[in-house]
Design a protein around this ligand. Structure first.
Ligand SMILES: Cc1ncc(COP(=O)(O)O)c(C=O)c1O
Length: 388
C-alpha cells in the first residue's frame, strides 16, 4: 500500500500504486480514441459490477450528485418518495427530495438499528409512492440494509428501488440482474462514488439505471436539472467519443484501473474478503472494549461505528493515533465524542489492519488503559483467515 498513512476512515480509502500511476498519466483529449477506449472499458466493467442490462453513468462529481441523479430522473416534483433511513446519509435523501419539490415521507430507524421491513410494507400500503430509497450501508452508523427483506417488499408495491451504494458498492453484492423472489423484483438504481470500496480518490459520481428506471426518465418531457439529466448523458455513455460536458480524463484513467483491479480480484472473492474483514476488525477491537453501534446481524462489512470503552477521550485518542499514521474518523451527530468510525474496505490488506490494531493497542496503553494487544491481533487473524 503506497499511502504513507493508514487511511482507515469511511472513505476516501487507501489508493494503491497502479491507480496513482494511472491518475498521473498524460492528459489526452477527451475525443482521443485512446481515451475513448479507456472510458468505454471502464463503463463496460462498471456494468459488470452491477450486472445491469440498463446503463451506467460516470460523471465528475461526488456521491451526492449520484444521489441527486438517481432521484430527479425517476421522481417528478409532487410525486411521492419514501426514504428508508438508517442514519445521516439516509436522511440526506429527504433534504434532496424536498429541494426538488418531491413529496418526501420517511421511515427512520433509531441509530444502530435497521428499519423493520414490516413497517415499510405498512407504509407502502398507503399507496402512491413512485420510488423508495435505501442506503445500503449508512456511513454514520455502520448499519447494513437487508436487501433480501426490503427489495421484495418495495417491488411488490410497484415502486422503484433506489439503492445508495456509496459505502457498499464493490464490497457487498449489488446485483441488478438478481430477482428477489419474483422475476420482476429487482433493484432499479444503484449509485456510488469513486472513493470508498472502489478505492479511487473522490471525484466521480457513478450511477446505474436499470430498464424500469430508464423508462421512468423517458416518461418525463423534462426534469428540473441539466447536468443531472441522464438523457443528456446517455449518448456519451453509449459512445464516450461524443461531447456533452468535458469528462474528468485523469479520474477516468484511475477509475478504469480501479475497475480492472477489482475484476482481477473477482467480485465473489472481494465480497467474501470484505465480509471477513468486517468481522475480523470487530473481533480485534472487541478485545479492547470497542463495541459496534450496529445491532447483531446489521453490522456492515465495510465500516464500523465503534462505541468507545468508558473513559476514552475521543479527540486525544484520534490525535495520538493520527500521529502514529493511523487515521480514523469521529462519529456524527449525538454520537460525536462517544464513538469513532473505522472504514475497512477497498484495496486494503489484512497486514494493514494487524498493524493498525497493534498501534491502537499501543495508543490505549499510553493513555492508561491495559489492552491485550496480542489477543486483539490473534482475534483479528482468526476471523480473517487466509484472506489477503
Ligand atoms: C452512504 C453514503 N451516501 C452518500 C454519501 C455522499 O457522498 P459524497 O460525500 O461523495 O457526496 C456518503 C458519503 O460518505 C455516504 O457514505
Amino acid at each position: 500500500m503506497p499511502n504513507k498513512e493508514m487511511l482507515l476512515i469511511p472513505g476516501p480509502t487507501p489508493v494503491v500504486d497502479p491507480i496513482y500511476d494511472a491518475l498521473a498519466s498524460e492528459t489526452w483529449a477527451h475525443t482521443d480514441p485512446r481515451f475513448v477506449s479507456i472510458f468505454s472499458n471502464s463503463l463496460k466493467l462498471a456494468k459488470e459490477l452491477f450486472h445491469t442490462d440498463g446503463e451506467v453513468f460516470v460523471v465528475a462529481g461526488s456521491g451526492t450528485l449520484a444521489m441527486e441523479m438517481a432521484v430527479v430522473n425517476t421522481v417528478a416534483p409532487n410525486e411521492k418518495l419514501l426514504v428508508i433511513s438508517h442514519g445521516y446519509f439516509g436522511d440526506r435523501f429527504m433534504l434532496l427530495g424536498q429541494a426538488h419539490g418531491i413529496q418526501v415521507e420517511s421511515l427512520q430507524a433509531e441509530w444502530g438499528k435497521p428499519v423493520d421491513p414490516e413497517a415499510v410494507r405498512a407504509k407502502l400500503a398507503e399507496g402512491g409512492f413512485k420510488a423508495v430509497t435505501v442506503t445500503h450501508v449508512d456511513t454514520s452508523t455502520g448499519v447494513v440494509a437487508d436487501l433480501d427483506a426490503l427489495v421484495p417488499v418495495v417491488k411488490a408495491s410497484g415502486a422503484l428501488f433506489i439503492l445508495d451504494g456509496v459505502c457498499a458498492a464493490a464490497a457487498i453484492e449489488e446485483d441488478m440482474s438478481k430477482s428477489y423472489g419474483d422475476p420482476d423484483y429487482r433493484i432499479d438504481v444503484v449509485l456510488t462514488g469513486s472513493q470508498k470500496a472502489i478505492g479511487v480518490p473522490p471525484g466521480l459520481a457513478i450511477v446505474a439505471f436499470g430498464p424500469k428506471a430508464l423508462a421512468a426518465r423517458e416518461a418525463f418531457a423534462r426534469i428540473p436539472g441539466y447536468y443531472v439529466d441522464i438523457k443528456n448523458w446517455l449518448p456519451i455513455m453509449q459512445n464516450p467519443g461524443k461531447y456533452y460536458a468535458t469528462p474528468p480524463i485523469n479520474m477516468i484513467y484511475g477509475f478504469n484501473e480501479g475497475m480492472e483491479i477489482l475484476m482481477r480480484e473477482g467480485l465473489a472473492k472481494r465480497y467474501d474478503r470484505h465480509a471477513a474483514l468486517g468481522q475480523a476488525v470487530r473481533a480485534g477491537l472487541n478485545v479492547y472494549g470497542f463495541k459496534p453501534l450496529a445491532v447483531k446481524g446489521a453490522e456492515a462489512p465495510t465500516l464500523t461505528c465503534f462505541l468507545y470503552p468508558q473513559g476514552l477521550d475521543d479527540l486525544s485518542f484520534r490525535r495520538a493515533l493520527a500521529d502514529k499514521g493511523v487515521v480514523i474518523a469521529g462519529a456524527l451527530a449525538t454520537l460525536a465524542g462517544k464513538a469513532c468510525r473505522m472504514g475497512h474496505m477497498g484495496n486494503v490488506t489484512g497486514e494493514i489492519f494487524t498493524k493498525a490494531i497493534r498501534i491502537i493497542g499501543e495508543t490505549l496503553q499510553e493513555m492508561g488503559f491495559a489492552p491485550d494487544i496480542n489477543a486483539a491481533v490473534k482475534a483479528f487473524e482468526a476471523a480473517y483467515g487466509d484472506n489477503p
